[in-house]
Write a protein that binds this ligand. Structure first.
Ligand code: C5P
Ligand code: C5P
Ligand code: ZN
Length: 482
């Protein structure tokens, strides 16, 4: 049995169909979750001796699905998307264009297909309990099981044979999709973590939950922390250095700044306690202070001190490739290239970080517009449409932006089309917010299309329809929160 019993049957049905295929076209989404989904699926297909090709798409829509159909592959495996566009996909299936196999976690459109692996179909949450990479992992586990159904030594296979080693990438995908709840992975994700730990590819520990514990020099770790803003330290280089200098911790080794991972357990304790104390003194709300500490996921087979060692840093490295039309680079890194592809990915990461920081500055300087139930900004050409959703999510934590109101962001896609991204909070979802329905409904009302998850969703709409979209979205949010 696989790690998530509710999805076993679906996973096995998908796996059995794939083993019958002569060749598979694997189509996936261009973000960290989509890349890790593709890497997991590709590795599993390779190990099962099933020939395949990989394509990446920014957003699956009617035209993209038609272009996939034009490839004339009998079997198309969709990972990290497909469910939301099931109506279009099912139409191609009926026309005999291809047989779809879908491993996804987005809100399904109103249609059905036989080989459909999606947590939402079995009452498991697709925004917090299983990612696209998690769904791909369940498929990979099932592929190993069905190809190993012969009489031989069942039960004592190695992680690489039963695909449990791929749990590490599944966790990178889940973390990249921000699935952690209260600082840790839960539900089906948790079951995958346990398999990864048992297979020796993952370790989990309670640790400082700031981005960059593997790679950033200590002062930068604190200065750049955007998760929790601490007055006098965040965005304050000399403040961060001064704070650290007051502690009884050696800050440099041979003249070089030490990183978080270079500290002993005791030293980490010292810094973390001081940080918590400082945050409380400076009036950071207790809930925010709590989030300074969380569960971190370490990829045990990766080199310490590299981005790949930490699930969060790894996922950002991947977003830095795929969201800039270099999914090939990110996929190569996932598949084990530690030379050219990794070097390239690191250069892309510099650029991605700069873009995020400039994007956030832009939102802060232009501010957001408020309607009755939401807030929005239009980045026009200033923020790339592929990262405007990440910036919108980060913006929910900055001054001048209401942290308790859904945020909608526009960015130019082309002369004809505008990209929309929306982000909410767990609290709003608890009160009834479902951004997937908001984006889908408002987009269709203005001649576009959208979908996603309750807490994060997106859409593409005709250029010029932004104001009409805002009114539609506002009305739907009003209904949901009532
Ligand atoms: O397409 P996909 O499911 O991979 O993307 C999910 C998106 O939702 C990611 O960009 C992720 O950062 C975002 N998200 C979020 N907050 C959450 C859950 C997901 O911003 N709590
Ligand atoms: O692009 P963005 O990061 O804002 O996407 C948020 C979520 O909404 C992702 O899971 C993405 O796959 C989904 N989405 C969608 N349909 C769109 C745009 C985004 O399902 N047209
Ligand atoms: Zn995803």
């Amino acid at each position: 049995m696989g790690p998530v019993p509710e999805l076993d049957e679906r996973a096995r049905a998908c796996a059995r169909w794939l083993t019958e295929a002569d060749e598979v076209l694997l189509a996936s989404h261009i973000d960290a979750d989509g890349l890790t989904s593709a890497a997991i699926a590709a590795t599993a297909l390779e190990r099962a001796n099933i020939p395949f090709e990989v394509v990446f798409k920014n957003q699956l829509d009617e035209a993209e699905i038609a272009s996939i159909a034009a490839c004339r592959q009998e079997t198309v495996l969709f990972t990290d998307f497909g469910s939301g566009q099931l109506d279009y996909i099912a139409a191609h299936e009926r026309a005999g264009d291809f047989e779809p196999v879908i491993a996804d976690h987005h809100q399904p459109a109103d249609a059905t297909t036989e080989y459909h692996l999606n947590p939402l179909l079995e009452g498991i949450d697709g925004a917090s309990e299983l990612s696209g990479a998690g769904a791909a992992y369940l498929l990979a586990r099932a592929l190993a099981a069905v190809t190993d159904e012969g009489p031989s030594d069942a039960g004592d296979s190695s992680p690489a044979v039963d695909n449990r080693d791929l749990a590490a990438l599944a966790v990178v995908g889940a973390v990249g999709d921000m699935q952690a709840v209260g600082g840790e992975l839960v539900g089906a994700n948790r079951a995958i973590v346990e398999e990864g730990v048992a297979a020796g590819v993952l370790a989990e520990r309670t640790d400082l939950a700031l981005y960059g514990t593997q790679t950033r020099p200590l002062p930068k770790l604190l200065e750049y922390a955007s998760e929790v803003r601490i007055p006098g330290i965040s965005n304050d280089e000399s403040g961060a250095v001064a704070f650290l200098s007051e502690l009884d911790v050696e800050l440099r080794t041979d003249g070089e700044w030490r990183r978080w991972i270079d500290l002993s357990d005791g030293e980490r304790q010292t810094v973390a306690s001081a940080l918590v104390q400082r945050a409380l003194e400076r009036g950071v709300p207790a809930g925010k202070v709590d989030s300074l500490v969380g569960t971190t996921y370490t990829l045990e087979r990766e080199q310490p001190g590299t981005e790949l060692r930490d699930a969060s840093e790894f996922s950002t490295l991947l977003n830095a490739t795929a969201r800039y039309e270099r999914a090939d680079v990110g996929l190569a890194v996932c598949l084990g290239d530690r030379e050219e592809a990794l070097a390239r990915a690191r250069r892309l990461l510099e650029n991605h970080r700069r873009n995020l920081s400039e994007g956030l500055d832009l939102v802060q300087s232009m501010g957001v517009e408020r309607t009755d139930h939401l807030q929005y900004f239009d980045a026009g050409d200033e923020i790339r449409e592929t990262i405007v959703g990440i910036v919108a999510g980060m913006a929910l934590g900055v001054d001048g932006v209401d942290p308790e109101r859904p945020i909608v962001a526009f960015a130019r896609k082309s002369d004809e089309e505008t990209k929309v991204s929306a982000r909410g909070t767990a609290r709003l979802v608890g009160r009834g917010l479902d951004l997937s329905a908001v984006m889908g409904g408002a987009a269709r009302a203005v001649g576009g299309d959208g979908g996603g998850h309750d807490v994060a969703a997106g859409a593409t709409i005709p250029a010029g329809r932004e104001q009409a979209f805002v009114s539609e979205a506002d009305a739907i949010v009003a209904e949901q929160l009532n």
